[in-house]
Ligand binder design. Structure first.
Ligand code: DGJ
Length: 535
C-alpha cells in the first residue's frame, strides 16, 4: 500500500516540482546548470563556488550562540555556512510550525554576507532519529521503528507512510517559509535532506512490514531503471546484478542475491523513496537544489557497520531509480584516500559536493583537487566553528586564493581544461595533457631539498600562457609535437576584483634557472607563465 501511495505522491510532487523548476529558474532561484563539461551552481544568474564549512550539530539551535560565529567564519573567507535545522524545533507540536530560528539565522547570515545551506535534520541523523519531534518519538504505533535483532530500536523505519507524510509536510512548510523569506535574497543555496541515513548495527529493518516487503517483488520502477541504465551502473552494482542474471522479476534476494547486499539494496530503495517524497514535497514549495550526504563505507566494512542503505556509490543507482528530486549524492569525505572517493561520486552526471570533509591543512590542499580536477560545486569542512578548526589559517588562505580566481576557475571548469592536484610522498607527481603539452607536476625541489607535499591547480589562459595557484610543486612541459619549449616569463601576483596586479618577476633560483615553473612550498602563490617555442 505504501509503495503505491508513495509512488503516486512522488509522481504528483515531481510534476509540480518540474513546473516549479522552470519557475525557479525564471525567478532566478539558485539552481544547478550543465555548463559545458561541468554542472555548476547558479546563484543570482551566475555560476558560484561554495567555499564553505559545516558548523557543529547543535550550534545553530541558538541565535545567541551563533551571533559571534558568523563574523568569525566570514573572517576565514567562507562564503557559505552549512547550517543544521531540526524537525523538533521547526514543528515542536504537530501542525504548529515555528520559523523564528530560520528567520534569525537568515538575518545573521545576511549581516555577514554569507550564504546558507540548511541541513534538514528530521527523520534521521547518523542513522538515528534523535531530531524527530517528541510527538513523533512518543507514538511508536503511528510512527513505527526499525527492528534489529528482534528488538525495536530508536530509529524510524522508512517503510512507514505516516512518518514519510509527516516529515514531508514539515519540510514543505519549511520550504514555503524559506521561499517567502528568501526568494529575493537567495541567501539559501541548497537543502540537505536528512543526514547520513541508513540502518546501523544490522543490515536491514526486520520489522514485520519490512520482512513482508523484502520477500515481495522488487518494484518494477527499480528493475526497469537497472535494465535501461545497465552500462552506466556503478561497476560494483552492475556486477552484483549481472551475477544474479540481471533479473527484472523476483524478490530482493532473488534479484540481488541471497546475501547481505540484498539487505543493503532493499534499505537503499526504501530510504530513497522516502527521501524522494520529502524532497519532492519541498521542491513543490520552493525548488532549489537538494542533496543527500553519506557516511562512507570503509573498504572492508559491511552494511550495518556503516549505515546500510545510505547513498554509497554502489547503491546510488538505486537511489536515482527512486526519482529525480535529489540533485546531488554527496560524500562526507574524511577518508585518507580522498581522490578515490571524489572519483566514486563525481560520475554519471553527479556533480561533486562535499558538505563534510577534513579542514585545516588537509582541507587547504584537498579543495584544489575537488574544485580543480573534479570541477566540484563546493567544499565544506565539518566543525568549521570549532575554535581549533583552522589553527594555521591554511584553509582561509586557500579559500582567499580560490575566491580571487573564481570566475576564471568556473570558466575553465566549464571548458574542462583545469587540473587540480595534491602531492605527497605517496603521490609524488601527476601528468596531464593541456594546451598541446604533456604537463608534468611534481613535488618542488631545489638544491637537493624536496618539498614533503604540494597542491594547487593549473589552467591554460591562452596560447602558451598558463595560470597556476598553489604551493610546493614544480611544473615542466613537453610539447606533444613541433618545436622545443622554454620558459619566457613567470610573474607572481594577485587578482583584486578580477584585475591582475603583478608582483615579482620570478627567475633564477625561483624558477631553477629557467628550467621549471616553481611554486614555493613556504607560501601559497598565484603565478602567470608564458612559454616560448624554438627550433
Ligand atoms: C558525520 C555527521 O554527518 C556529522 O553530523 C557529525 O556527527 C560528524 N560525523 C562527526 O564526526
Amino acid at each position: 500500500m505504501r509503495s503505491r501511495l508513495s509512488a503516486v505522491s512522488i509522481l504528483l510532487s515531481l510534476a509540480i516540482a518540474a513546473t516549479a523548476n522552470v519557475a525557479a529558474q525564471q525567478n532566478n532561484a539558485p539552481h544547478l546548470k550543465k555548463r559545458g563539461a561541468a554542472t555548476q551552481l547558479i546563484v543570482d544568474g551566475h555560476p558560484f563556488l561554495i567555499l564553505g564549512g559545516e558548523i557543529l550539530n547543535s550550534s545553530s539551535s541558538s541565535l545567541d550562540y551563533m551571533k559571534p560565529i558568523w563574523p568569525r567564519l566570514a573572517s576565514m573567507n567562507l562564503n557559505t555556512v552549512i547550517t543544521p535545522l531540526s524537525w523538533e524545533l521547526v514543528e515542536p507540536t504537530e501542525g504548529n510550525f515555528d520559523f523564528t530560528l530560520v528567520d534569525g539565522l537568515l538575518a545573521q547570515a545576511r549581516q555577514q554576507h554569507e550564504h546558507v545551506v540548511f541541513l534538514w535534520l528530521a527523520s534521521w541523523k547518523n542513522g538515528m532519529s534523535s531530531y524527530a519531534p517528541a510527538w513523533v518519538k512518543h507514538d511508536t504505533h503511528r510512527f513505527p521503528r526499525v527492528v534489529e535483532h528482534n528488538r525495536e530500536v530508536e530509529v524510524l523505519t522508512p517503510l512507514a507512510a505516516a512518518t514519510q507524510q509527516a516529515d514531508a509536510r514539515a519540510f514543505a512548510a519549511l520550504m514555503r517559509h524559506i521561499k517567502e523569506a528568501d526568494s529575493q535574497d537567495h541567501t539559501v543555496l541548497m537543502m540537505q535532506v536528512e543526514n547520513e541515513v541508513g540502518v546501523l548495527n544490522d543490515s536491514r529493518d526486520h520489522s514485520a512490514a519490512a520482512d513482508q516487503a523484502f520477500a515481495s517483488p522488487v518494484p518494477k520502477q527499480l528493475t526497469q531503471y537497472l535494465e535501461s541504465h545497465h552500462d552506466q551502473l556503478y561497476p560494483d552494482l552492475r556486477a552484483l546484478w549481472d551475477a544474479n542474471g540481471d533479473r527484472t522479476t523476483g524478490s530482493w534476494p532473488e534479484v540481488f542475491g541471497d546475501t547481505i547486499r540484498a539487505d543493503e539494496a532493499f534499505m537503499a530503495w526504501h530510504y530513497a523513496t522516502y527521501i524522494e517524497a520529502v524532497a519532492a514535497a519541498g521542491k513543490a514549495a520552493y525548488d532549489i537544489p537538494m542533496y543527500v550526504n553519506t557516511w562512507l563505507a570503509g573498504d572492508d566494512s559491511t552494511p550495518g557497520q556503516f549505515p546500510s542503505g545510505g547513498p554509497e556509490p554502489r547503491v546510488v543507482d538505486i537511489w536515482k531509480a527512486a526519482g529525480s528530486a535529489i540533485d546531488i549524492y554527496a560524500p562526507d569525505l574524511y577518508a585518507e584516500n580522498f581522490i578515490d572517493w571524489c572519483r566514486r561520486y563525481h560520475r554519471d552526471g553527479n556533480p561533486l559536493f562535499m558538505p563534510e570533509t577534513r579542514g585545516s591543512t588537509a582541507g587547504a590542499a584537498n579543495v584544489f583537487y575537488a574544485l580543480g580536477e573534479e570541477a566540484g560545486i563546493g567544499f565544506s569542512p565539518f566543525a568549521i566553528d570549532a575554535l581549533e578548526s583552522d589553527p594555521s589559517g591554511d584553509l582561509a588562505s586557500s579559500y582567499a586564493a580560490i575566491a580571487s580566481i573564481e570566475p576564471m576557475l568556473l570558466a575553465h571548469q566549464s571548458a574542462g581544461d583545469v587540473h587540480g592536484f595534491v602531492l605527497d610522498k605517496n603521490r609524488s607527481s601527476v601528468d596531464f595533457a593541456m594546451n598541446g603539452y604533456t604537463v608534468h607536476v611534481s613535488r618542488d625541489q631545489i638544491f637537493g631539498s624536496q618539498a614533503d607535499s604540494g597542491f594547487g591547480l593549473i589552467m591554460a589562459t591562452g596560447l602558451d600562457e598558463f595560470l597556476g595557484v598553489g604551493k610546493g610543486f614544480r611544473v615542466s612541459f613537453v610539447p606533444r609535437s613541433g618545436p622545443q619549449v622554454g620558459i619566457a616569463s613567470i610573474d607572481e601576483g594577485k587578482f583584486v576584483d578580477g584585475q591582475w596586479i603583478a608582483g615579482r618577476r620570478l627567475n633564477g633560483d625561483e624558477d631553477d634557472q629557467g628550467q621549471y615553473w616553481r611554486f614555493d612550498p613556504r607560501h601559497l602563490s598565484t603565478e602567470k607563465l608564458k612559454l616560448y617555442r624554438y627550433q
